[in-house]
Design a protein around this ligand. Structure first.
Ligand SMILES: NC(=O)c1ccc[n+]([C@@H]2O[C@H](COP(=O)([O-])OP(=O)(O)OC[C@H]3O[C@@H](n4cnc5c(N)ncnc54)[C@H](O)[C@@H]3O)[C@@H](O)[C@H]2O)c1
Ligand SMILES: [Zn+2]
Length: 678
């Protein structure tokens, strides 16, 4: 049975974590102390349950808790070798675990165990951090809270900070918690309710104090020309800048991006003090790995043209890299982990918004959320005093902390298509849908573009959250709609790497039956549609300078002269030649262009279900429901071809193994000698 202390702790953590005002994503941790019967001795023992490393308070479950023997954890005080070797204590926690120990204990475990209160919350609220990073944070703490909340000077999280806070609690029995300079807050209570109430009291009191006492315009007066562009113009400019911004963020390592034009960001960038504040860097210690210490800020007004912005961004990127290298060189010691890349993870564009980057969409999005937290913190701190985050050398000690590096090294190997952004046309059904599922399963972010927007959205939702797949409505015959789909991909995930021209439909008619409208429709969707998609996508691929893949789902019929098939097969042959033409043209940009030639994919195909199957069955003289089996029997392998087989071929072409192949078509037809390529 779950210990009541644990159920209270989980409920409290979930409540606190549900409100972003209380703590940033995955920030902060909570704990409870209680007793249980030791299964070995039958005696009562005191335990500490504390949120383990990783995860978010809002979704914390019992499995996310580390469980330690309180007597052994506290006995570590006697062997503690001092602050210079405090990191060693993290490994020592493993010798204090109870039973299987649960989640890995985090660096903050010492604070929770050593503080003499049954329930402890450590949180990163914007309002609390605003006080914690104000130049006169200590005086403000006294003024706002009297002696109920105590100031603790900045110290990197660890065993010593735990000892400091425990001592402060002892010396201040009236205190309900403390403000941790440059960092966050810690509150405690004898009951879970008391701890929660004390946390909320600190957060809300700080927030109310800022609201009533902050000076107007904490970011300074409005800057001429820096106001937000109108929404449509802003998004168009964002989409136009995004490929180059991704190139900037990805010079050392390919990144996925996130864009936001939230009012908080636009207001910050429209005010006079934003360049000075942005240069001071972000505030919360656990942000640096995700945001880097400071963003790259475009120093041009919103009214600058895309061309002017791109030219200036190129210069700013070089100086950002040089600055970052210099920062690393200033602080690195022989023991420091190697530099992790010198490109910015947050890029701010006045009038347009914020672009943030990470190894996947969720990481990129959270980096942006962290910078929003930083903006809120700066607003509060500047409103009351002056924003004064921790020293650069301390930031470096956090960013290149050996313990953080060890966590990075333990991360699982990324999937083969991680950081790649795919757009698959006609992916609401059949082969396209199977391809989108496969690419997502191999780690790609996927944009499902289809004429049928509702089906596209449903197919995306079946793959996962909007961090993994989105659906967009797009008619590939319409140039503007194609551009809008590519823009949607670029705004959702930062760019584009992998394009699958799959949208199609099929009419089975003899020459004399084929109308001009039939001919045009087939050619509009397939030859013209894939031309338009390739053209819009190639512009992004070229600007990103990251290479890429374009795959055409062509057909066996691009080579084989089947019966009653003039319009369909002719446009498939056009698509097949686009593969060769574009492979020749785009090779210089590192873009590979290949094709897949399926045949007889009956199951799951809307083309077959929508009348084509019946007609082909009639042409071959078999019942429609036996068409798949009929096709299988006429293959060399006697196997039925499924959408998944075509999807596997797309993955083979753009996965890690076929890096040196372009201009190729892969038949996925279970072997049709008449369609052999030569
Ligand atoms: N099924 C086969 O045996 C077979 C064989 C060879 C080639 N192909 C090709 O594979 C591709 C996919 O076929 P499928 O069998 O999966 O068909 P499908 O009908 O299941 O899927 C095609 C999708 O394309 C979409 N689409 C149609 N017109 C569009 C437009 N103008 N803009 C955007 N989306 C549009 C449809 O809404 C549909 O979701 C087609 O290009 C087809 O020619 C299929
Ligand atoms: Zn913290």
């Amino acid at each position: 049975m779950t210990n009541p202390a644990v159920s209270d702790l989980i409920a409290r953590s979930n409540r606190l974590g549900a409100d972003p005002k209380n703590t940033n994503y995955a920030g902060g941790n909570t704990s409870a102390k209680g007793s249980e019967t030791d299964p070995v001795t039958g005696e009562s023992i005191d335990l500490l349950w504390v949120k383990g490393s990783g995860g978010d308070l809002g979704t914390l479950t019992e499995g996310g808790l580390a469980v330690l023997r309180l007597d052994r954890m506290r006995a570590l005080v006697d062997v503690y070798p001092g602050v210079d070797r405090e990191d060693e204590m993290v490994a020592a926690f493993d010798y204090c675990l109870h039973g299987k120990g649960g989640a890995a204990p985090s660096i903050d475990t010492a604070m929770h165990g050593l503080v003499d209160a049954a329930h402890v919350d450590h949180l990163h609220p914007d309002s609390g951090i605003a006080i914690a990073t104000a130049a006169d944070g200590e005086a403000l703490t006294k003024q706002i809270f009297g002696d109920t909340v105590v100031w603790v000077p900045w110290r990197r999280p660890g065993f010593q900070l735990g000892l400091d806070i425990a001592a402060i609690k002892m010396a201040n029995p009236q205190a309900i918690g403390c403000i941790l300079g440059g960092h966050g807050i810690t509150a405690w209570g004898d009951t879970s309710e008391a701890a929660e109430a004390n946390s909320l009291r600190i957060i809300e009191t700080a927030s109310a104090y800022i609201a009533t006492n902050a000076r107007p315009e904490p970011f300074g007066p409005a800057l001429d020309g820096y106001a937000a562009l109108p929404a449509a113009e802003r998004r168009a400019k964002a989409a136009a800048l995004a490929p180059t911004l991704r190139a900037i963020a990805s010079r050392d390592r390919r990144m996925v991006g996130h864009y936001t034009d939230s009012p908080a960001v636009l207001d910050f960038l429209a005010a006079a003090e934003h360049p000075r504040l942005a240069a001071l860097g972000t505030s919360c210690p656990d942000h640096f790995l995700r945001t880097k210490v400071k963003p790259l800020v475009l120093d041009l007004p919103a009214t600058a043209t895309v061309e002017e912005a791109l030219a200036r961004l190129g210069e700013l990127h070089e100086s950002y890299r040089a600055d970052y290298q210099a920062y690393y060189d200033r602080h690195a010691t022989p023991e420091s982990p190697a530099i992790r890349g010198a490109d910015p993870l947050v890029i701010l564009v006045p009038g347009v918004g914020m672009f943030s980057y990470g190894k996947d969409k969720q990481t990129a999005r959270v980096a942006g959320e962290f910078y929003l937290n930083a903006i809120n913190v700066m607003r509060g701190a500047e409103g009351l005093s002056r924003y004064a985050p921790i020293d650069e050398s301390e930031k470096f000690r956090i960013e290149y902390w050996a313990l953080e590096e060890a966590k990075l090294q333990r991360l699982p190997k990324p999937k083969p298509l991680a950081t790649r952004i795919a757009l698959v046309t006609g992916a609401a059904s059949g082969i396209g849908r199977a391809t989108a599922v496969k690419l997502a399963a191999e780690g790609a972010c996927v944009v499902i573009a289809d004429l049928d927007g509702a089906k596209a959205a449903a197919a995306a939702a079946a793959i996962g959250s909007s961090d993994v797949a989105i659906g967009v409505t797009a008619d590939v015959t319409d140039e503007a709609a194609v551009q809008a789909a590519v823009d949607a991909a670029v705004l959702a995930f930062g760019g584009l790497d992998l394009v699958v021209n799959n949208a199609g439909l099929s009419l089975s008619k003899s020459l004399l039956e084929t109308t001009v409208a039939d001919w045009d429709l087939q050619h509009d969707v397939m030859a013209r549609g894939s031309f338009l998609v390739s053209k819009a996508a190639a512009k992004v691929l070229i600007e990103q300078k990251l290479g890429g893949d374009i795959v055409y789902i062509s057909s066996k019929n691009s080579i084989f002269a089947g019966p009653n098939n003039i319009a369909y097969s002719a446009t498939k042959a056009d698509q097949a030649h686009q593969v060769r033409l574009l492979a020749a043209e785009l090779g210089q940009h590192g873009v590979k262009v290949n094709g897949v030639n399926p045949d007889g994919v009956v199951r799951g195909s809307g083309i077959f279900a929508g009348g084509w199957g019946a007609k082909r069955a009639a042409v071959y003289g078999v019942p429609e429901e036996e068409l798949g089996a009929y096709y299988a029997q006429r293959t060399l392998l006697k196997r039925e071809v499924l959408p998944e087989h075509c999807a596997n071929a797309v993955f083979a072409l753009c996965g890690p193994d076929m890096t040196h192949t372009t201009g190729l078509h892969i038949p996925v037809d279970a072997g049709v000698a008449a369609a052999f390529l030569r």
